[in-house]
Design a binder for this molecule. Structure first.
Ligand code: ADP
Ligand code: ZN
Ligand code: ZN
Length: 705
């Protein structure tokens, strides 16, 4: 007997095939079954999406091909997983097959039935369903106990608003323990924003729950490791799956709890392909699976903060907020948080890199055997080289950006297209031998600190040891881990770095953190820049004084030309709620998220005109199509279309980039308009006048405009 199936496969990006394809099978296959199917000349992995289709009619019937094979032994992907993928594809305007297949380990395709059986068996030895006993020698704080009681008794989703070092991780682990105890086969998903934060958290969970119970999923795994973790998640063997944003799409048949740590972090938003927000999908998935969801942060996203704020009429927010303002072991009124000091750089000698009092404070810390952490969000030595005689600047020939001067290997490097060239001996414009550096990056900070701290000695009389951590210093495999290990081991006195070092790390000896030059973000055109800056600075402050014994004297310094700025004033008092309230009032007035919903249509082309013309034509066609369809026309008045404009960095690698913003207070209306755009995009791109379009993309709920 012949069975007709709809199978989700990954067709080439932007092909016109968005829906699952029809295949034929001699045996009945249930939805969620993994299969190998022919696609063109290739054989690809697919997921049965629907079974029992009526036989196809007409010409199509002759074209339907047979399923080539079934991945035996593997339980089908369950309905909740398929519903999640379905939603993600629809909401973020991507092909179903693309999203589904991106969530599967690529190695699956090549596995023979015997190999699969072996892998499943090998994993199966670990006696699924046992939660090892762990000594409960940590007494919960009052705040932790209260938060856990709420999580136990209410459906959530919860926003755990806990200061850095307030013991959020302990809450996650106890909530996980409770979830696992409640049902046999229960599973917990823990999301973290950065790969380099996974080992630390994994170690804590493995210690509590046993290494066998924990599987990690992130992009840094080898294909074989990814396969193993994925299978452990899918078969339920892994009771706890810990990973970065990709893990939100892992199959978890027993899902009972999702934790999103540092939920405000922009890394949760995928920036290519299906541009999904793992945080938002986590909340959606929680609802689908009937699982509890905990979003945790010391500086929640304004979206989550708003969602957890009671309505004007006193009604509850969509999320339940749980506050833990005190650091573990805190005594005194400051909650154990570092004292924030603003240094007015206008009162420092012109061009000073480090203010005199800050330098002295660093010196004192080093002499006492403590560590200092200096944050500068710019890598390289200097962001621009220039010639004072003729005005030449180190522009990238392929991008609308400057190439950055890296002194270490004497190169000019474009951070957008990667072009790297030797620094010219003389000015390419006029031959002047005296070309100078403008601005400062981490390399320069490291070098200058060496000079400035030359007279400073640590305990025992040796000079201060300075290290730098940024994307350049950690390019090699394992470099970041070894550098972090040095910091933890106390082999570094002063650590210089970009935001990489501000997040999550549990540095025990750091007692002073300084932001060297954070002002630029105060005046950025990006409406989220203040939110990001505040989060970054408060997170950075959270690196200081994590050891209860040292927390009393810990400090966060901010070098600024605007010491009275309200953002820094709020930072001074660790007043996230006050900061958030002001930001939200501004957003409400300006009609920005979370009060409206945004989407970007983006196009890249050989010329800016072509890119913009494409978007303009799309807007016109979409409005026409929608207006003619009575079911869709109702959505139109709710959506504002802005004109096509160049991106902030307009040209990268010789390609011009343009975008068009769509805005609506009604999410469903925006979704309907976007869905109508998708087929038009395909057709438009095929038109001869739009031949120069290189690529296009839809970004729903974009992070940056
Ligand atoms: P957060 O995740 O909020 O930054 P952590 O969970 O890392 O904070 O907790 C900070 C430190 O306090 C950790 O070393 C942790 O082991 C410890 N800790 C957490 N809860 C308790 C508790 N109830 N009693 C004692 N120490 C605790
Ligand atoms: Zn010159
Ligand atoms: Zn470039």
């Amino acid at each position: 007997m012949t069975h007709w199936l709809a199978v989700a496969v990954h067709t080439p990006a932007h092909s016109s095939i968005a829906a699952p394809l029809t295949y034929r099978s001699a045996e009945p296959l249930s939805p969620g079954t993994l299969v190998r199917v022919p696609l063109g000349a290739r054989e690809v992995l697919g997921v049965v999406w629907a079974a029992g289709l009526p036989p196809p009619q007409g010409a199509l019937a002759g074209q339907v091909r047979d399923v080539a094979g079934v991945l035996g032994g593997l339980p089908p992907l369950d309905a909740h997983w398929r519903a999640l993928i379905d939603f993600a594809a629809r909401y973020y305007q991507r092909a179903l097959g693309e999203v589904a297949l991106a969530a599967l380990p690529p190695q699956l395709r090549g596995l023979s039935a015997e190999q699969m059986a072996r892998r499943l068996k090998r994993g199966g030895d670990g006696a699924p369903g046992t939660i090892p006993d762990t000594p409960e020698n940590i007494a919960l704080t009052e705040e932790q106990a209260r938060a856990l009681a709420e999580i136990d008794q209410n459906p959530g989703p919860f926003l755990l608003f806990g200061a850095t070092g307030s013991g959020k991780t302990e809450v996650y682990m106890r909530a996980a323990q409770a979830a696992l105890a409640r049902a046999p086969g229960a599973q917990v998903l823990v999301l973290v924003p950065e790969i380099n934060l996974t080992p630390q958290l994994e170690a804590r969970f493995a210690q509590r729950f046993g290494a066998d119970a924990v599987a990690s999923l992130h992009s840094g795994l080898t294909p074989a490791q990814r396969m193993r973790s994925w299978l452990a998640a899918h078969t339920g063997r892994a009771r706890i799956v810990l990973g970065t944003r990709v893990a939100v799409l892992a199959p978890l048949p027993g899902l009972a709890l999702i934790v999103v740590d540092e939920e405000h972090d922009p890394s949760y938003k995928q920036q290519e392909g299906a541009r999904y927000s793992a945080r938002d999908l986590a909340v959606y998935r929680g609802r689908l699976a009937g699982a509890r969801v905990i979003l945790g942060s010391a500086t929640p996203s304004l979206e989550s903060w708003h969602a957890s704020t009671p309505a004007a009429d006193g009604g509850p927010g969509r999320y339940q907020r749980l506050a833990m303002p005190l650091r573990i072991g805190a005594s005194g009124s400051d909650g154990g948080l570092p004292r924030v000091r603003r240094v007015d750089m206008a009162r420092q000698p012109r061009g000073a890199l480090i203010a005199t009092p800050l330098l002295a404070a660093i010196g004192e810390r080093v002499a006492r055997g403590e560590q200092a952490l200096l944050l500068l969000n710019r890598r390289g030595y200097a962001p621009v080289l220039h010639c004072a005689d003729c005005g030449w600047k180190s522009e990238c020939p392929h991008c609308s950006a400057f190439r950055v001067f890296h002194k270490i290997d004497r190169t000019l490097r474009c951070h957008h297209c990667g072009l790297a060239q030797r620094v010219p001996r003389a000015c390419p414009g006029c031959g002047n031998l005296d070309i100078g550096a403008l601005g400062r990056g981490t390399e320069q900070l490291e070098e200058r600190l060496g000079e400035l701290l030359a007279g400073v000695h640590r305990l025992g009389g040796q000079p201060a040891r300075i290290a730098r951590i940024d994307a350049d210093s950690t390019r090699g495999k394992g470099q970041l881990e070894s550098q972090l290990a040095q910091v933890h081991a106390g082999e570094v006195d002063v650590l210089v770095g970009t935001q990489m070092i501000a997040k999550g790390h549990d540095f025990r000896r750091v007692t002073l953190v300084a932001a060297v030059n954070p002002d630029a973000a105060l005046f950025s055109s990006d409406f989220r820049a203040p939110e990001r800056l505040f989060a970054l600075l408060l997170q950075a402050a959270g690196r200081a004084g994590r050891d209860a014994a040292a927390s009393a004297g810990s400090e966060m310094w901010v070098q600024t030309h605007h010491p009275q700025h309200p953002l820094y004033a709020a930072l001074k008092t660790h007043d996230y709620p006050g900061f958030a309230a002001r930001q939200l009032a501004e957003r409400a007035q300006a009609g920005l998220p979370p009060f409206t919903h945004l989407a970007l249509l983006r196009a890249d082309a050989r010329s800016q005109e072509a890119a913009q013309a494409f978007l303009t034509a799309l807007a016109r066609q979409a409005q026409d199509v929608l207006a003619r369809d009575p079911a869709l026309a109702t959505a139109l008045p709710h959506v504002t279309w802005y004109p096509a404009v160049p991106l902030a960095v307009q040209r990268v690698a010789g390609i011009e980039r343009a975008q068009m913003l769509l805005e609506s207070p009604v999410r469903a209306a925006l979704q309907r308009v976007l869905a109508a755009c998708a087929p038009l995009l395909q057709a438009l791109r095929a038109a001869p006048e739009h031949r120069s379009i290189v690529r296009w993309a839809v970004d729903v709920d974009p992070l940056a405009l």
